[in-house]
Design a protein around this ligand. Sequence first.
Ligand SMILES: [Zn+2]
Length: 553
Amino acid sequence: MTAAADLVLTNAEVHTLGSPDETHEAVAVRDGEVVRVGRAFDVELLVGVETRVVDCGGRVVLPGFIDAHTHLPMVGRSLVHADLSAADSPAEAVELLRERAAEVEADDGGAGGDGASGDGTGDETDWVLGYGYDESTWDESRYLTRDDLDAVSESLPVVAFREDLHTAGVNSVVLDRYADEMPDSGVQTAGGDAASEGVVDGDAAGEPTGVVVEGAVDVLREATEPGREEMAALVRAAQSYATARGVTGVHDMVRGSRAPEVYRDLDEAGELDLRVRINYWSDHLDALREVGLRTNHGGGSRGDLVAVGAIKTFTDGSFGGRTAKLTEPYADAAGDPDAADDETGQWVVDPEELRELVADADGSGYQLTAHAIGDAAIDAVLAAYEETDDPGSARHRVEHVELASDEAIERFAELGVVASVQPNFLKWADEGGLYDARLGERRLRTNRYRDLLDAGVDLAFGSDCMPLGPLLGVDLATDHPNPDQSLTVTEALRAYTSGAAYAGFDEDRLGTVAVGTAADLVVLDESPWETDSIRDVAVSMTVVDGRVVFERD
Ligand SMILES: [Zn+2]
């Protein structure tokens, strides 16, 4: 006597995405696990009175997507606060902020709310915040100023963060409250030179323009860091967004926020809708060690969706900021002889410091993951991993891996180091694009997915939330600016499923569809193997741990 299934997806094209990829007609789920996959007739034998049966009408069912590099609270911020990436002009940005101000005012009138949560951040709700503006895409290409933002509100504090989070515009309320705490060098004044990246002499005679940069933005980021209730709202918004895109698990990068606490609270309450593997910034290493949390703690099969992941660190910056660390100068380096160092980018964490951290964390049994974009940075991380006992068993990872040399790719394979890459960055690698300007011909040697796979490197895909959405990444990876580096649809889907699962020690239970794996599944409206535009394929249902967490009506 076999117990009935909780959920049966039938009349489907179920892809296991194993090697080889097999297809089946139906899949049955019980207690959060796949209990049968095969012919519809055999699977439907498990249908009982309580079983929910979904006729998929021939649609494709895949293992759920795992995004190996996320910042979920950032996704939540643009959903809850004003999303200024949608603005095409300063006036539109102001309009979006006005709409948000009206919401904040309405919320304030209500009882309770975040401000009453008693978590020590009492006035957090009265901020009017906008994220992601990018004046470089506007005809009227200028920063948002105090004049713009005073027009949003003269009583509530208003901040418009630029996309890179290194520049922000503020209104007079914010200047009145926070100017004293901000370093003078970060507060732009009318007397200063607006062209010099916004950093001007604080002694300049003019009034503050409302444009603030760097250290002054840090003051604002700290002041607006979400409290617990606000963080819960951001995570809820982000998880809805993610599951609607077929994401059933994320490897989230966390530093000094209340996100870890909120993930665990939501999980405890049965309200977490995806698996969260937390990669903690290296600042947290001592605390984790002290409380006895190690890589892979948590994240059991049921009712325990949160796991401890890796220790995260940086090495370099980005191509956009000319801060990724290269072995050869940037193609558009200024040519200033005094700035020879900067022509190849810069270290955020230098190789010596990196080696020490890697030795320390690896010695305590932690997986490591290090941001490395330029070829010099990638080499430095591999050198640090090479000094550890068994980097392959520890599954140490490199995030981004944008400009890897032939030798680096061989070392990834030899050491067993995981390449955690973001195919959405390929949007910058086209001819005439950002990488063309920064790197010249080297743009064609970025993001070498084909070479990595052919060398036998474990490849995990993620989005870095720019934007979050696995099918966009699959689309870009199968249509690489360098055609030699394109992946097949199946390979790209594997990097977003079993590849990412491997990066999180989860390959035995996640990333494929087989009896005994966790019931994390996604139903797609169209077959990604047959459509002209994979990024436009809609998700019709997402199942996490046997529970339907998203369903389009
Ligand atoms: Zn990131």
